[in-house]
Design a protein around this ligand. Sequence first.
Ligand SMILES: [Zn+2]
Length: 482
Amino acid sequence: MFIFKLLFVVLAPLLLVPIEAAAQVKWKVETLPDPKASGSGYVADPDGILTDADREAIDRRLARIESQTGIQVAVVIVSSIGEEVPKTFATQLYNRWGVGPRDSRGLLILTVIDQRRTETETGYGLEAALPDARLARLQEAHLVPRFRAGEFGAGLWDYLTALEPFFYDAEAAAEVEAQAAKRGNWPWLLAGIGLLFILVLIIGPTQSQLNPPEDGSPHYPPATLKRNFLMLNLRFWGPALLLINWVSGSLFFDAFAFWPFITISWLNLAFLLIYVRTQNNSLALSSWADPYHRYQHLKKVNTWLGLQAILFFPLMLPLWLLYRWRLRKLRYEPRVSQQTGRPLRLLSEAEEDAWLNRGKQMEEELHTVDHDVWLDDETGEALVLPYKRLQFTYSSCPSCGYITYRQTRNETLISPTYTSEGQGAKYFECKNCGYENTVYYTIPKRTQSESSLSSNSSWSSSDSHSSWGGGSSGGGGAGSSW
Ligand SMILES: [Zn+2]
């Protein structure tokens, strides 16, 4: 027993020395070193009250909490703040450092040794998950007993262990709240789309007229669709709205937005029908609109309808099929001579070659253009009507004009490096007239896409570790004396 008493007498002053010596430093909000600023982590322990091992363990734990929940926790332990009130000090320090991300989900645990007081300051974003009463209870149960025994590291550790489940709750709550806020937006989105359609309806039909041929010639002017807003609907608004639907579906809803999709689809169909009607009406009104010309117009509409049939599957499919049927009808509608008015006969593939020149025969061979030959057997008058096929290999030859021109080779002449551009060449050739052309192009410098990707994606985790996030506190929290 005596030995123990002696040991106590000898050791007690040693235990008190660091506290007594450090107590001479009276920290102020302005002078207290910010651990984030100095890069040491989450714990400010300028008087060295915690052991290195405890401080490092707490730091690692708080880093993990931040990376998993986004919540920032600052731990401050000082010998003295002079005569200042710990609660006021904690609030001021919280706001000076800006603990927590922008949504202020943060905590600051301030311990002042000489006043035997610990204050836990909550940011606005954590007040719901950690009300003051709950904090006080956790602090009393987990921190105070350890602190009374002088075990500061263990007390903080136990307290954080008790707090941590609420951080995950807070994260879940924040997510639910964000989802709710997003859901709240979708009626506005629908209203916006509705407004857009009304605008289209007002502006659209007034401009739906085809350009008549200027010289009144019997030849066929190129089939161009009148650029009005309804046509924009066909090739732009419809797909664009669908894209908006998809994007908003992933942004504002958890899954695919079904009802907005149906709404958009039906509105799209309605506008297509209006467009098609106005096109047909203006075609029927034009004196020069023979079956071939009408075919070319409807063909263009049908190409875009094909895209819509895929995008709005299966809603637009019947319309597309109807158009295909109408196109066939127009193509094989009986023809008469424009000069004599006599009926013409459609030649078979085998018969027609005699009326096709070499370029047209080559187009037939390459399956780029179909040529229908209508013949008056009596007079020998022939009407040759070209029908382009959908293909992406051949284009119009700059020399002879037939659709028999294509790229034959693509060659890299100079490979690009990380520091200089490269050069390549595309070789083109016409199957009909033999015209050749070479197009040179530059190849952009190589980039290290992998590394740039990872540095771009670092905004969420590593940045937040290097500084506090700018959160603020309205003075919520709890304090305990021990
Ligand atoms: Zn050519």
